[in-house]
Design a protein around this ligand. Sequence first.
Ligand code: HSE
Length: 408
Amino acid sequence: MINAEIMGHGVVGSGVAEILINHSDRIAEKVKDEIFVKYILDLRDFDNLSYSDKFIKDFNLILNDDSVKIVAEVMGGVNPAYDFVKSCLLAGKSVVTSNKELVAAKGAELLKIANDKNVNFLFEASVGGGIPILRPMSQCLAANKINSVTGILNGTTNYILNKMIVDNMAFEDALKLAQEKGFAEKDPTADIEGHDACRKVCILASLAFGRHVYPNQVKTEGITSITATDVEFADGFNCVIKLIGRTEMLESGKITATVRPTLVSRDNIISAVNGVFNTVMVSGDQTGDVLFYGKGAGKEATASAVVADMIDCAKHLNARKYLFWEDGDDDYVVEANEPTRLYIYAKSENYENLLENALALFGDKASYIKNKFKGEVAILTDTELESDLLEKANKLGADAIKIMHTLF
Ligand code: HSE
């Protein structure tokens, strides 16, 4: 019997407890041993559960219990999760977590401690919920040099954007619905401002390229400024708007890392990923593009990934799974200036002048959607160096302007 402990009994934590307790036979068959939930740490009272006797409020009970070999941290947030996880690793316990905020901020340090202590620190559930992505990327694609990772990494914003596109809902109404359905984080800011996706990009980039990328190094933009007008213009260009997280290795050995609303062509398979579903496309030098797809949020899907990591820890109590990346540095992540197409929305009281400038600057290879009545023009540019396109956009003479990247 292998004793395990769960820190946190929220949405994901209760899912983890239910799988481990209700499906203990199935899990024992796979591990060839029983994973026994000895404690569940939570400050709240849970009196009416079949496993209420397992709840404790004192972290030291776990830390000082040498029989506890595997700890699942599903509390969320950096503190106190960081102290608890670090202490458990230092005490020689394997730790698994769904906590992307923790891994994005402290991953390199915690992996190093796990390495030194010869225990596991696994976090499959931190990116893409139930989608297996970190393990396949580090193991199944190990023969590749990874060139880029691109994806829809936040279910809440994908749900909101989809509602705006398909049901013509306003942003605020779609957000309210997402909250009612329980998709959004406690504080929806992390979802709609792109912070949640940013943390996932950090983890993907760190694993793909071997050096830690910190949240403040990812150029992050949320979806709060997306309007029904943008959605309509995007549709006119045969595109949908998605919150895209992306990291790419440049020839210089530096990388880019971004999260931003992006016009995705309907010809690109990523455009078809809707609702709370996530997708991650990994581009390897040997495999080409490999696409992962599944539920990126939700109790059961996320708990499934946490329990899978616990099973892996149980199977590898004495033989560490190799997962590692180096610490990062300040000038490792850069802003790229590459040939691209941009979406430019511009509005002016002097509409005729705006239109004339647009045509003169972007020429007939760009596509235009005009709304004379509102004084608006949307431009889908031809492929040019990004800095050149931005310079031209500055010369449009618009009263209001919005620029988005594209994915074809
Ligand atoms: N709020 C997150 C999302 C949960 O919507 O994707 C999973 O990380």
